[in-house]
Ligand binder design. Structure first.
Ligand code: SAH
Length: 535
């Protein structure tokens, strides 16, 4: 696993909840701790700042299916992830306790174990059961709250959960009561409350709770708001009534997870917040194919324009097969006239190896630095280097045009990926220059999509896919196949577009400059130009 982490691969494991593991040893004075962290309803933007901090500083993250991939993407690749079944049984014992024992075992080896739970960890999260073994082992515990489903759902639907005129209380209840449970829900008591009911896990039992409430005297016309997959890319909000909701659930098949809000508040402001957050990409779902750790700017820009982003990386970035060529080049850096960076990844690899060798910018002496485009330039500046040149034409041809004209033989070092176009090298050499090329990272296509993502791609109607390099274009074509034809395609550059065309895909739009701003601007321009005109 450590090796996988070093290679920059994400490790995801499904942990068997076996009971034949050794019992936890005494943990007096143990350095490990367990953090129960709320992941919110799904949209990473609804995580708390503290939760994000926890994910970044964790050694292990234990999660279940209620935590969507978008949130898991915030876990750095070097952190071990363990998937546990959400309600799987471990023999006769409670699944919560089995997870608790697993947390104890993990805390024996790791400093910070994060148990990431959908919504708030203390709301229908088997927190008592999971915390039990951890407490018994005297391991320090911290609970980090999260936005619970009812609160997120009310916000998404634009309704208040309490209101001076219509609801003076809020009751959170589960619609899924185990059949053998002696004390079921007291519908009489609930029906008498003048407040709001938020029903979790209620999709399968809609018949049971709605008829229970009606029989207890709750009016048939009581408004019901259903928020399915709140804050996920395929969120759906619907309105019904207590009398009608069984039929509506049957007809519409609102998928889980879904939360149901019952009460007068449910009819007050439906749709207000969805109407308020408009923008040229309002309601548009965008597939962002960039690898983890990159493309966050793209996500943010799409969201700022009103759309939502789903990250499905189709390539991964890792170290090159060997650091030797780059390390050698760094040691002789002052023998070059120009160092040309072909991408922000190249800058990061270069800066990291420089630092590891105990060196800094002074090693570069009088060498001048060039960036192939504005994002690479930004990365250089971010790493503390001044960039001497960024060509007007944001691709390798621009660099050759800008630099190749020098009359005397110039020594170039090209810092680049393990693969890519050789055009720049060939052209510079043809002009009589001396060129060395070193790989500073490796980008590899991802071979397969995990089952959850593959299903999501099948089911969720995406509007756009962003394609930001030729390798991404090729990998996306392989992974998504004919689906791409159904989406609008936003291409970052003419070269990326050319690769797409080789595969029979005509990009819908192409960025005017190879930066995220231009890519999103191209998408919003298209949407504005194609928006239905209001009379
Ligand atoms: N701890 C979680 C609840 C876990 S129980 C929380 O605080 O939200 C699981 C139930 O939570 C689901 O059956 C559903 O009713 C609700 N839920 C969780 N995430 C949801 C989401 N994104 N959209 C709608 N309902 C959700």
């Amino acid at each position: 696993m450590a090796q996988a982490a070093r290679r920059g691969l994400i490790h995801t494991a499904t942990f068997p909840m076996s009971s034949d593991r050794p019992p936890p040893s005494a943990h007096h004075g143990h350095p490990g701790r367990v953090l129960f962290v709320g992941a919110g309803p799904g949209d990473p933007e609804l995580l708390t700042v503290r939760a994000v901090d926890c994910l970044r500083s964790a050694d292990v993250v234990v999660y279940d299916t209620l935590v969507p991939q978008n949130v898991l993407d915030l876990v750095p690749p070097s952190v071990t992830r363990l998937a546990v079944p959400r309600d799987g049984r471990d023999g006769d014992s409670d699944p919560g306790e089995a997870i608790g024992r697993l947390l104890v075992q993990l805390a024996a080896e790791a400093r910070t174990v994060v148990r990431l739970k959908g919504g708030d960890p203390a709301v229908f999260g088997r927190l008592t059961e999971e915390m039990g073994p951890v407490r018994d082992a005297a391991i320090p515990i911290e609970i980090v709250p999260g936005v619970t489903a009812a609160v997120a759902a009310a916000a998404a639907a634009g309704i208040p959960l309490t209101s001076r005129s219509a609801a003076s209380s809020l009751t959170i209840l589960t619609g899924h009561e185990a059949a053998d449970k002696r004390e079921g829900i007291d519908f009489q008591q609930l029906a008498e409350l003048s407040g709001t009911l938020a029903i979790y896990m209620g999709v399968e039992q809609v018949e049971r709770w709605s008829s229970g409430l009606l029989a207890a005297g709750k009016p048939a016309q009581t408004p019901v708001t259903i928020v399915s997959r709140c804050s996920w890319p395929d969120q759906r909000i619907a309105v019904s009534t207590l009398a009608r909701c069984v039929a509506d659930f049957e007809r519409h098949h609102w998928p889980s997870p879904a939360v149901v809000i019952v009460g007068e508040v449910a009819q007050t402001l439906v749709g207000a917040s969805t109407a308020a957050v408009r923008g040229p990409l309002a309601g548009r779902r965008v597939l962002n194919t960039r690898p983890p750790g990159q493309g966050d700017d793209l996500d943010a820009l799409v969201r700022a324009a009103g759309g939502s982003c789903r990250r499905v990386p189709v390539i991964r970035i890792g170290p090159p097969a060997s650091w030797q060529p780059l390390d050698d080049a760094i040691r002789q850096a002052d023998t070059f006239d120009w160092i040309v960076f072909a991408s922000a990844n190249g800058v990061r690899g270069f800066a990291e190896r420089l630092r590891r060798a105990g060196l800094d910018g002074r090693t570069l002496g009088t060498v001048r630095l060039a960036a192939i485009g504005p994002a690479t330039r930004q990365a250089l500046e971010h790493a503390g280097f001044a960039c001497d040149l960024t060509p007007d034409l944001f691709r390798s041809e621009g660099i050759t045009a800008a630099l190749g004209q020098s009359p005397s033989a110039t020594r170039f070092l090209l810092v680049r990926a393990n693969r890519g176009r050789d055009l720049m090298r060939r052209e510079l050499e043809m002009q009589g220059h001396i060129v060395s090329e070193v790989p500073a990272y490796a980008s590899e296509p991802i071979d397969t999509l995990d089952a959850t993502t593959a299903t999501e791609i099948e089911q969720v109607p995406f509007d756009w896919i962003t394609i930001t390099s030729s390798l991404i274009a090729e990998s996306a074509v392989r992974l998504f196949g004919h689906r791409i034809q159904q989406w609008r395609v936003a291409s970052l550059s003419p070269i990326t577009s050319a690769t797409l065309r080789q595969h029979g895909i005509e990009p819908t739009v192409e960025a005017t400059a190879a930066v995220a701003d231009s890519l999103v601007a191209a998408m919003t321009d298209w949407e504005i130009a194609h928006a239905p005109r209001s009379a």
